[in-house]
Every structure is written in structure tokens, then in C-alpha cells.
Design a protein around this ligand. Sequence first.
Ligand code: ZN
Length: 478
Amino acid sequence: MFEILDKDVMGRICRIETRYGKIETPALLPVINPNIPFIDAKDMMNFGAEALMTNAYILYRTAKDDVIEKGVHRFLGVDLPIMMDSGAYQTMVYGDVEISNKEIVEFQVLAKSDIVVPLDIPTPPDADKNLAEKELKITLERELEAKSIVKDQLLTLPIQGSTYLDLRRMAAIEAKKIGGDIYAIGAVVPLLDTYRFSDIAKIILEVRSVIRVEPLHLFGCGHPMIFAMAVALGCDLFDSAAYALYARDDRYMTVYGTKKLSEIHYFPCECPVCVKFSPKEMMEMEKDERAKLVAEHNLYVSFSEIRKIKQAIKEGSFFEFVEKRIRSHPQLLSGWRKIKDHWKILEESDPRVKKRFLYCGIESIYRPAIKRHVEAMKNVEFPEVVKVSTNFGILAEIYLKPVFGPVAIELLESYPAGHAEIPEDVEDEAYLVAVENLKELMKINKKTKFIIYVDKKWIDYLKDLPENGEIHVLPGET
Ligand SMILES: [Zn+2]
């Protein structure tokens, strides 16, 4: 039911087969509340939706028999795969719901939902740990119960555990034992709303280190500013009620963050709404008319970002894409930098060969291509004496390059070192990592003498070299 078509960083383009058709991921599922019609479910295809999400709890309470009789697709009047959310969000907002897990799962089956979600308990961030553990235990029992009920549909198993990484890990291990078709990280919306992107990144990475291959959904994550980072960390599915919730408060989404409509003078967007109207015209409209237009824009910008991400994965430039996106908010930078601690899963997922390596900032140093280059250099055999130079005007066996460090001439034409664009005035970190890589190479080639010719700007970084090194400073400008 699931196939990986393309990979880059830890992101993927996958195909998920449902009973109602295929979903290509990364995918965003707009959330439809049938009782508050805002943008019609059948119009969602026009924005690029390949599947929808709706709420089982609300449908059960308000239109149970009708939904079971017609089936949820006909009830909503759409020709797309549908995922039902159990009502876990409602338990978070309104306290406990009065419907049992068994009832809500059976309802989803009878309603012919394509993707079924058990009634999990979304423990909020920073909850008491005993409570988080207790609620997680209940969630896992309900998942086991759902597994015995769901036969033909795809089953999503939510992974809870609040902000406790050990609980999230345990939840992922236990959910995997139960065996879902899709796994979903739950209760992250409060983290998103408060820009705690580091916590989100840590949770995704922890879960991804257990759920290595299967599709992963980030529940409630519907803001385009986080899509790139989340996909790059391994998320495949998103759902968005945010497009409508934000629109009701005149909040206009961009990939760089949210803006208040009243503070926008010029729309930074090419969608049909933003091309047709000016912000001033929209502010003068009736509230409902305006909200619908802002919601449309929010959907356009969200789906456009998903397409850009997919294109970047296809062309192998997803690192470059993410490293640009994370610059839109300091907390995104901080979130992305967590990949440093998860080198192993990143290394396993990221393709070994790409067209280019464009340096986009110090985060580029974390790319697996650099460590792989260092490994490749360990396999090169050197004579008793080798010449190393930072200047390509000097004939040498090894050239010293910021970010990569030593590059043997036989690797000068190939990816990554040979296909890298690095600015001349690159950050200190890029020199420091290069020197560390040189030192490592010198240590494992103890019997080789390294005669190193360097431009003046390298001198400050070349400290504490092993004894088999000899430095000559080249004349010229610093
Ligand atoms: Zn727009």
C-alpha cells in the first residue's frame, strides 16, 4: 500500500494506496468541518488537495445515520480519499468525550473512511510525566482495540507522550508492535502555536529513529512555514484546519510566518486571490467574504509550498531549500540544528550522489556529504610525502577546501567536493571543520609527511597540527 518514489535529506515522495485511490506525499489534508461550511469539500481539489480529513466525532454526534447510509465520500460530496480524525482534538479542547474508542472506530469503518484513527489521548506539552505515561497507556490499549476492528481500511496509530522523548520513543516502539499502516505524531499544535520548533524537531527525530520507513503524519500541523523542516525530518502527511481558523482572525499565511491582513500593504503572493484584490480592498469587505478569501490564499500558499518541496526532493536540492526556509525564524534554525544529534538516521536516508552542493550557511556543514567525503579520503593511499595546498595555482596531491577539508586530486571532479559552490568569505566554522578533517586524515596517515601550503587566511585556523605536518605560508594578500 506504500511505495517510496524519491528521497532527499530525510524527506520522501511516496505513494500511499487507499481503497479510494492514491495519495502522493508529502501531502496536506485540508480539514473539513461539515457543520461549518467555509470552503466546500468538493472545491478542495482545485487547490491541490489529494485527500481530505474530517472529524469522526463531529459527524457521529450530528449526522451519524446519514453518514453511515451514504458513506462519508458521498456525504461530503467528494471524490477523494478521506481520513477521519477520531475526535482526539475535541478531548483536548472540551475535556473528555462521551464516545468510546470502539464506537468511534466502528463508526469510521461503517462510514467507509479510507484512513481510520483510534481515539487517542493527546497529552499536551510539559504535562506531568505520570499523567503522560498513564494517558499513553490508554492510547496504546485503544490502538490495539482498533487494530482488531479495522480490516480493510488503513489504520493510523497516533504517537503521544507529551514533551518526554523517552515516552515518545516508547510510544513509537509499542505502536510499531501493534502494526499501523501510518503513524502520526500527536499533540504538537501547542508547540507550533508557541514557535517551539526545537521541541517539534526533537520529537519527530525521536519517532523517526524508531519508525524508519512507514508513512508519518504530523497531526494538526497546517502552517506552510514548518512544512520544509518537517518533511526534511521525515514527515509525509499534514492536515490543516489552520487555513480556516487563521482566516477567521484575518491571519494571512506565508512561508516565512503569519501576517495580520491589516498590516499588509502589498501581497507577497501570486495566487488568484492576491492577484485580484489589494489588501485594502479586502479589509473593506464583509467579514465572511474576506475570511473566505484569506482561507483560499492560505490553502494556495500551503499547497504551493508542498509542490516546491516535492520539486526540491526530485532534483536533490532539498538541503538547500530547507536551509533557506529555516532562516525565516530563529526557532526554525534552532529546530533544524537538532539534526546534528541524529547524524545516523540522516546519513542512512540521504542519497549519496547529487548534482550540486550549494553552501547556504553553517548548517550546510551538517550535511552527510561532508562526512562521506571524509570517509572517502580515508581510502585514498598517499606516498611518504604529500603536498597539500589551499591554492589551486600550486601543483599538489591534495587541495584544502573550506567545509570539506582535504580533497585528493582524484576527487576534485566529483560530488560533493568537486561540485561544491562555497563563498570566498565563508564563515569561520567552514574553515574549522576543514582543518579538523585535515587533522583526522593526518592522524590516520601517520607515516606520511604533509607539506601544507596555505594562504594567509588559513593560518588562524591551522593550530595544533599533528607532528607529520609542515606549514608554509604562501605570499600574497590575506
Ligand atoms: Zn495569495
